[in-house]
Write a protein that binds this ligand. Structure first.
Ligand SMILES: Nc1nc2c(ncn2[C@@H]2O[C@H](COP(=O)(O)OP(=O)(O)OP(=O)(O)O)[C@@H](O)[C@H]2O)c(=O)[nH]1
Ligand SMILES: [Mg+2]
Ligand SMILES: [Zn+2]
Length: 453
């Protein structure tokens, strides 16, 4: 029989772990285990339907804790919130990326489309193995992907549900004699594959990537309270992905009038003040991370400008093809064209500065490093379902555009060497958003810095 500390050392586990549910840090030897014996059901924190969590004193030869009734266990839990900790978090450094944005800005569709694209591009191009660290925990996201990308009835209308506050993507636990709601993480393991050029550095480069799909209401002013800790990942995040939805902005709608049939462009469709959502997030991050009011946020703020298919007429609808940004170098190996991403960002910023200046100023007054990346999770407009009147899409029509790019760019910034970059100047460029000339931009959206140059 070994002690928990000896087990930690023997298995080479990380000495400190951050819980992806309650974000508290704890030592590996404090990790709780989840009892298996049926008589040990009911946990004072995780809930009466859950098996008991316990700090083990006995392990079998395979390193599994033995519960009080003598059964070997396999699942681990946080000593604070008692929720399940995927093993990847004991072995790899965590990488938190926060996705935030107003209700209806496209977070759930973007997340599903991004993960679907990443499963392919990370392995195929960057030789990185990217897989579900805990398939059970990622089940809902897997269902989203299946609905959109593996649907046998690909001509039937489908829709992802609106993310509800305290719904399926949240878990309630009893802490300090009250129910506290925590966001469910989606956890992926990301590690160099055997044919990666830095495979020998795998232990330094591997990451347990934690992502969250919050209800947009949680980001509205007043949307978080002492019983809801759903957005605390913001302050731990290595990069923020703020989803800005131009279709919710009255000026964009009016400029695209007659050029987009998207139902979301209609005047009566809902809108939220997205600059206010960003201010609210900024204020929470400053408070939680102890950043003074006059200091800027230092980590990347990636403004993911969603639903490109609906507003692309503003810039003449050049195609967004990931192959324009991810390409094979002459020396072998794939590179991300970060120079081109920054040029695209400049163009999008120019357009948004004219139409949505309050948002640009909110973003740039908060963060030092802001990049604007257009994406479309669907590549086409949803339609109004004849029964129910909600927005839905036919899977066979879905053509995602650049949904993997914000993550690749965030990863490039957060973990040096994982996603190598290059500039496009060395190669023949294909036409893209960065090559739209100032004169092609709609009048009034030209960048005074560049005009006439
Ligand atoms: N035109 C277009 N519409 C999109 C796209 N992605 C999502 N939508 C539509 O945007 C609406 C909202 O998308 P969601 O992903 O549910 O938005 P959300 O941010 O998760 O919203 P909450 O869960 O309420 O916070 C849906 O009706 C989608 O049909 C896109 O790429 N293009
Ligand atoms: Mg949602
Ligand atoms: Zn916890």
């Amino acid at each position: 029989m070994r002690s928990p500390q000896k087990e930690t050392d023997r298995l080479g586990l990380r000495s400190r772990i951050t819980c992806p549910h309650c974000w508290q840090e704890f030592a590996a030897h404090e990790t709780h285990w989840i009892a298996v014996h049926p008589d040990l059901s009911g946990d004072p924190i995780a809930g009466s339907d859950e098996q008991l969590r316990f700090l083990p004193t006995r392990f079998n030869v395979n390193g599994q804790a033995i519960d009080m009734n003598g059964v070997a266990c396999s699942e681990l839990a946080c000593p604070h919130c008692h929720l399940v900790i995927p093993r990847a978090l004991l072995e790899m450094k965590p990488l938190f990326f926060s996705i935030l944005g107003a209700p209806g800005s496209g977070k759930s569709y973007f997340l599903a489309s991004m993960i679907w694209g990443l499963r392919n591009i990370l392995r195929r191009s960057f030789r990185l193995a990217f897989s579900d660290a805990d398939p059970l925990a990622n089940q809902l996201l897997n269902e989203y992907e299946e609905k959109l990308f593996l649907n046998p009835d690909s001509n039937e209308l489908v829709a992802l549900p609106k993310t509800e506050k305290e719904g399926e993507l949240y878990q309630g636990v009893s802490m300090d004699q009250r129910t506290v709601w925590l966001a469910k993480p989606f956890v992926f393991s990301l590690q160099p594959d055997t044919d990666h050029r830095l495979e020998t550095k795998s232990s330094q480069l591997s990451r347990a990537v934690c992502l969250y799909d919050n209800a947009g209401e949680h980001f509205l002013p007043g949307g978080s309270n002492t019983n809801n800790h759903g957005t605390q990942h913001l302050s731990l995040s290595q990069a923020l992905f703020f989803l800005f939805d131009p279709t919710q902005h009255p000026r964009v709608r009016s400029r695209c009038s007659g050029k987009s049939a998207d139902p979301q462009m209609k005047d009566h469709a809902w809108t939220h003040r997205q600059d206010q959502v960003l201010f609210e997030a900024a204020s929470r991050i400053r408070t939680q991370a102890g950043i003074p009011q006059n200091a800027k946020y230092k980590r990347p703020l990636i403004v993911v400008v969603t639903k490109y298919d609906a507003w692309c007429s503003l810039i003449g609808c050049p195609p967004l093809n990931s192959a324009h940004l991810v390409y094979e170098s002459e020396a072998g190996g794939f590179l991300l064209d970060t120079e081109r991403i920054l040029k695209v960002s400049d163009k999008i910023r120019t357009v948004l500065s004219e139409l949505t200046p309050e948002f640009i100023s909110a973003a740039e007054s908060f963060a030092e490093d802001v990049t604007y990346i257009p994406v479309s999770a669907l590549g086409t407009s949803p339609e109004i379902a004849p029964h129910g009147g909600f927005l839905a899409i036919r899977p066979s029509h879905i053509r995602p555009m650049w949904t993997e790019i914000p993550f690749l760019y965030g990863l490039h910034k957060a973990v040096p060497h994982l996603i190598p970059s290059a500039s496009s100047t060395a190669r023949r460029s294909t036409p893209g958003v960065d090559q739209i000339s100032e004169t092609q931009l709609p009048a009034g959206t030209r960048n005074p810095r560049e005009a006439g140059s």
